[in-house]
Design a protein around this ligand. Structure first.
Ligand code: NAG
Ligand code: NAG
Ligand code: NAG
Ligand code: NAG
Ligand code: NAG
Ligand code: NAG
Ligand code: NAG
Length: 926
């Protein structure tokens, strides 16, 4: 395939190199059949050279003069002599020659003959070229009085010379030429140009130097002019740019003066393009050619493609004409033209070209008849056609099926890069891919590619719950159009298929453990197992006292009944319903995909369950001899009795904020402590003396809640929602004899907070009594540290008020911060000094404060405080005890040297206090 541009370029290069006459030593031979074809439409020699014979070769054309010489065709000669060397839309070289061309033998203006030499060489050196001599004949008759041809590179007008064309109206113009006429030599033709720069008279012999060709035949005179000569002018006629040469030809004989109007005018544009069509417009009447417009009558309009007249243009094109315009509309892709693929700036697209001609015949009073022919090759601008990748994948077949198109037949697939591997279509087949061309119903084509999902070049990604995203990356390399321009098109096709099977766990239990067996295949590739927020690994297994065993297919996790992570769904006197959850989370996003659960019921007479919400459930076993009546056991607060009991066990349920439960912080835990004890029968003072046989029964109940930081945080500082459900606590019980009697075995501080009736702090409300205060009146609180050594001091770290007794209640306001009264827009806090009295043995073990509300507030309030116990100051003078007591951080804390104190922090709750409306009631009004 030879590029049109390159071909022309080669021709013109050759024309520059070769000296005229070099071709004289030639070998004449017959052209291969089919190489040269010619016809003679509309008195034009029309020669086509088949480009297939010229592949990779050089060629040139010579014109054989009737006198025997030859002349090499070049651009200048072509325009002057009536020749055109061009290419058709298919890329075949085209040579056209006017029958009035310089080297045409003319017999009586009816029979014309022209011989050309086609020289073909495989090297630029044309001396070795093969020369094919090609004679042509053409007949044409009758001629119209005036015939005009608008070719690609020249304008030609020929007129009958035996008709003096002088009209009355034009006499003035003609007479104006007379002064020149006077000077004309006899029997010599002269030309007078009427150009924008004035009048110019030349001898015919000089015309060739200016690029014109002027001559006469038997009955005609003709002038051929190149476009845009110095003597031409541009004009716009009905919106179309025209190039015109106005000239008068003169011939003077002794008694005869011949003046002939040889004016010629041709359109130089008139094409418009839309996405779908070309329109070509030519003016109907060209004023310079029709001086007397009213006499103009259009006779016939015919059109053609590639020199072939079209009998019924309406089949493919639209031909419209009116008084001003002749317009031809050619749909892009219409037959006769050629749509060709190309690449511009890396964009794939097409251009359409077509070779049109128009023949318009008209009459007017001056010329009787004019035949006007325009030959017009038209090429559209570049029209982008972005190819697309069409995804025909059927997920169930697990093969990517991708079509790439659409393309004209002049596009070929050169390389297809799958993944990163560039392959020719043939190599792709070897790799097990399918690559083939497909034809779309509209005649365009595409390239189809099939690649299995499981091919190593296909990217795989685990997405969603059980899906894999397969991604195929291809990069197509094409050769586009006759010029085989390279074009790249990368594409990515995805397909998401639910093809991952999530593991199913099996749960079971024995007497003391829960078990989960999980298949391990693909487990760590996609997922990990979590207990709450903790990754299941060797460390969590160890620290939680689990047991993890694996075989080739499964892992089995053993979880003892009373360990962290167990969820107690139902705890009752009779049974314990427990659950253990193992979350399957995505390895990359930690998103929980699935939760494996095992749930079992246990019968146990001895357990403690610490619920996330602070509820504690204890089943206390009877372990004393002689046996005691379990129904008479109680918590610290003796009003807290078992919910249920039998001879073997007592079942308690209480909240950590009630029943005298104590609290302390230790390490990463909050520890709540209570004690179940047996209420010994008290001998009535007045009764007869009796020896009680009831044994001591003391059972310390402890609940450890993890993540102290978080609890503290949510309780004290913010009301951020806790992330997920809070964990169950870890409970433990220890049976103790009171005889050992060492107080300090207790785990937590014993602190109580009460409400005083007034600021004298003489009378305190008993616990469980309903306390009512009018709104805006101060509330007096007293916090007391019990059972501690005399030399320690109680401090209130932070105190806050809430509407509920819940330690973690979020609607709260601070009343002390770091031991200092906190004034805010809700309340003012004031500390009161404490002095020794009957009730107050160690004033340092007490704190008293008054909270005065600043805004009316109704309903119940609770006081919560976190407290600390500190050693006394070394120096009692000075102002160290500010704000009613603040632990100076420089002071040594007793827990650091005194073994019995295992902790120094605590928590206390007082209330509720009911705040009521203080407004005068009806009773007061009476
Ligand atoms: C005019 O035509 C004649 C006959 O074809 C030819 O011999 C002559 O050279 C031509 N003159 C010019 C100026 O081309
Ligand atoms: C003649 O046809 C041209 C092109 O179709 C159009 O633009 C013009 O308006 C028409 N003129 C008249 C007078 O109809
Ligand atoms: C031809 O058909 C293909 C596939 O149906 C389509 O993508 C393309 O746009 C069509 N081309 C034209 C020019 O209509
Ligand atoms: C596609 O191939 C071309 C030529 O090899 C390269 O320039 C281009 O970067 C490739 N595109 C992609 C997305 O890989
Ligand atoms: C390709 O087709 C498949 C099947 O219809 C579909 O699941 C997938 O999302 C498509 N991919 C793209 C990139 O359109
Ligand atoms: C994938 O999960 C969906 C629901 O999320 C389910 O309908 C489908 O059956 C699962 N497929 C497989 C192969 O597990
Ligand atoms: C691995 O353990 C699981 C659960 O106990 C059991 O079902 C499975 O049969 C065992 N596999 C082998 C290969 O022993």
């Amino acid at each position: 395939m030879e590029a049109a541009g390159r071909l022309l370029c080669r021709v013109s290069l050759l024309l520059l190199w070769l000296q005229p006459g070099l071709g004289r030593t030639r070998v004449v031979q017959a052209a291969p059949p089919g190489f040269i074809e010619s016809s003679c439409p509309s008195r034009i020699f029309w020669v086509k050279l088949d480009k297939r014979f010229l592949q990779g070769k050089f060629f040139s054309l010579e014109l054989v003069d009737p006198s025997g010489g030859t002349v090499l065709l070049d651009e200048k000669l072509a325009a002057r002599c009536g020749y055109v060397l061009s290419v058709d839309v298919w890329g075949n070289p085209i040579f056209r020659a006017s029958v009035l061309g310089c080297h045409v033998a003319n017999k009586a203006d009816e029979l014309f003959s022209l011989t050309i030499n086609v020289k073909v060489s495989s090297s630029p050196d044309m001396r070795q070229a093969a020369t094919y001599t090609y004679p042509m004949y053409c007949t044409y008759s009758p001629w119209a009085p005036r015939e005009i041809v608008c070719e690609e590179n020249y304008m030609e007008v020929s007129v009958k010379s035996d008709v003096p064309a002088i009209s009355d109206d034009d006499t003035a113009i003609w007479m104006s030429a007379l002064p020149e006429v006077q000077k004309v030599e006899y029997q010599v033709w002269q030309l007078i140009f009427l150009s924008p720069s004035g009048r110019k008279k030349i001898m015919v012999s000089d015309a060739a130097n200016l690029g014109y060709s002027f001559n006469n035949t038997l009955a005609r005179v003709f002038l051929r002019a190149p476009y845009s000569s110095n003597e031409s002018k541009l004009a716009v006629v009905n919106g179309v740019n025209m190039n015109s040469v106005s000239s008068t030809s003169m011939y003077k004989q002794r008694w005869l003066l011949l003046l002939i109007d040889t004016t010629v005018s041709c359109p130089i544009d008139g094409t418009r393009f839309t996405d779908t069509a070309i329109t070509w417009t030519v003016p109907s009447i060209i004023p310079t050619l029709v001086p007397q417009e009213p006499t103009f009558v259009s006779k016939n309009i015919s059109v053609g493609v590639d020199g072939q007249r079209i009998m019924h243009p309406e089949q493919n094109y639209i031909l419209e004409h009116n008084k001003t315009h002749i317009r031809m509309t050619v749909p892009i892709e219409a037959a006769g033209g050629r749509l060709k693929s190309t690449v511009a700036n890396g964009v794939h697209g097409v251009i359409y070209s077509i070779n049109l001609f128009l023949e318009h015949t008209w009459t007017d009073v001056d010329w009787h008849m004019t035949k006007y022919t325009v030959i017009k090759p038209i090429t559209t601008p570049f029209m982008p056609r972005i190819p697309t990748v069409i995804n025909n994948t059927l997920p169930e077949k697990r093969i990517f099926d991708v079509a790439f198109g659409s393309f004209l037949p002049d596009v070929s697939l050169v390389t297809i890069t799958i993944g990163n591997v560039p392959l020719s279509p043939g190599e792709a087949e070897h790799h097990g891919y399918k690559v083939y061309e497909i034809t779309f119903p509209n005649g365009t084509k595409g390239f189809n590619l099939e690649v299995p999902f499981d091919d190593p070049t296909v990217l795989k990604e685990y997405v969603n719950r059980n899906e894999t995203k397969y991604t195929l990356r291809v990069n197509y390399t094409l050769h586009v159009g006759p010029e085989m321009k390279p074009y790249n098109h990368p594409a990515e096709v995805e397909c998401v298929v639910a093809d991952i099977e999530l593991p199913e766990a099996v749960g079971y239990c024995d007497k003391e453990n829960l078990y989960l067996a999980v298949p391990v295949s693909a487990l760590y590739q996609y997922w990990n197992l979590y207990i709450g927020n903790e990754l299941l690994n060797q460390q969590t297994v160890l620290s939680n006292r689990y047991l993890l065993t694996t075989n080739s297919t499964h892992l089995v996790l053993q979880v003892p009944l009373f360990t962290m992570g167990i969820i107690y769904e139902e705890v009752s006197f009779q049974r314990l319903k427990t659950r253990f959850d193992l979350a399957l989370r995505k390895a990359n996003t930690l998103e929980t995909i699935k939760t494996f659960s095992v749930s079992c019921n246990f019968n146990s007479s001895e357990f403690i369950v610490c619920y996330p919400n602070g509820t504690v459930t204890v089943s206390a076993p009877m372990k004393t001899i002689p046996s005691i009546d379990m129904g008479k056991t109680k918590l610290k607060d003796s009003t807290c009795k078992p919910k249920d009991f039998n001879e073997e066990q007592a079942f308690f349920q209480f909240h950590v904020s009630t029943c005298g439960t104590l609290l302390k912080f230790e390490g990463d835990h909050i520890i709540y402590e209570n004690e179940i004890s047996y209420e010994k029968k008290i001998l009535p003072p007045w009764g007869p003396p009796r020896i009680t046989r009831d044994p001591d029964y003391r059972l310390t109940v402890l609940c450890y809640y993890p993540t102290k930081e978080r609890l503290m945080h949510t309780a004290m500082v913010s009301n951020l929602p806790t992330n997920g459900s809070p964990p169950f606590g870890y409970g433990t019980m220890m049976v103790r004899s009171n005889v050992a009697g060492h107080r300090r075995t207790r785990q937590v501080l014993n602190i109580i907070a009460r409400v005083s009736k007034d600021e004298s702090f003489m009378e305190l409300y008993e616990p469980n009594l309903t306390i009512v205060k009018p709104s805006l009146e101060p509330i007096f609180f007293e916090v007391e540290l019990k059972d501690e050594e005399p030399n320690v001091e109680l401090h209130l770290n932070n105190c806050w008020m809430t509407g509920s007794s819940d330690f973690k209640s979020t609607s709260q306001w601070n009343i002390t911060v770091d031991g200092c009264g906190n004034e805010n827009n809700k309340s003012v806090t004031e500390f009161y000094p404490v002095s020794a009295s009957r009730r107050v043995k160690h004033p340092a073990h007490f704190k008293r404060l008054a909270v005065r509300m600043l805004i009316p507030l109704l309903g119940q309030v609770h006081l919560h405080c976190t407290v600390a116990v500190c050693s006394p100051p070394k120096v009692s003078s000075g102002n160290i005890w500010t704000c009613g007591g603040r632990c100076d951080p420089t002071r040594k804390r007793i827990d650091q040297h005194s073994e019995p104190y295992s902790g120094l922090h605590g928590y206390v709750l007082a209330g509720p206090v009911w705040i009521v409306d203080p407004e005068p009631t009806e009773e007061k009004n009476i």
